[in-house]
Design a protein around this ligand. Structure first.
Ligand SMILES: [Zn+2]
Length: 96
């Protein structure tokens, strides 16, 4: 199981594609390598997993559907890791 680091707020680096500040970054450290997923408000828009996650993140806390937020986060992770040649295999035995 990889070590997962979530970076938010002031510690976010610029987007590697457009150089604007990222909305969210997740870093996975595997025994044989590292993968980073970047979520950018400029580059990740539209009908992608990242676009759906951004739209959900921007909803007020009191109306953000927790189940959709989790579903879109997992879809974004799956999509991003697959694009980098990794396979995300969720474990159902972990607590939420
Ligand atoms: Zn960008």
């Amino acid at each position: 199981m990889p070590n997962v680091t979530v970076i938010t707020g002031g510690d976010l680096p610029p987007c590697p594609h457009c150089d604007r500040r990222l909305a969210f970054l997740v870093r996975f450290t595997f025994p044989d390598g590292t993968a980073e997923l970047h979520l950018c408000r400029t580059c990740d828009t539209g009908a992608t997993a990242g676009g759906r996650l951004l739209a959900t993140m921007e909803l007020p806390d009191d109306i953000r559907p927790a189940d959709l937020f989790k579903e879109f986060t997992l879809a974004w992770m799956h999509e991003g890791l697959a694009a980098q040649g990794w396979q995300y295999i969720p474990r159902n035995d972990l607590p939420d």
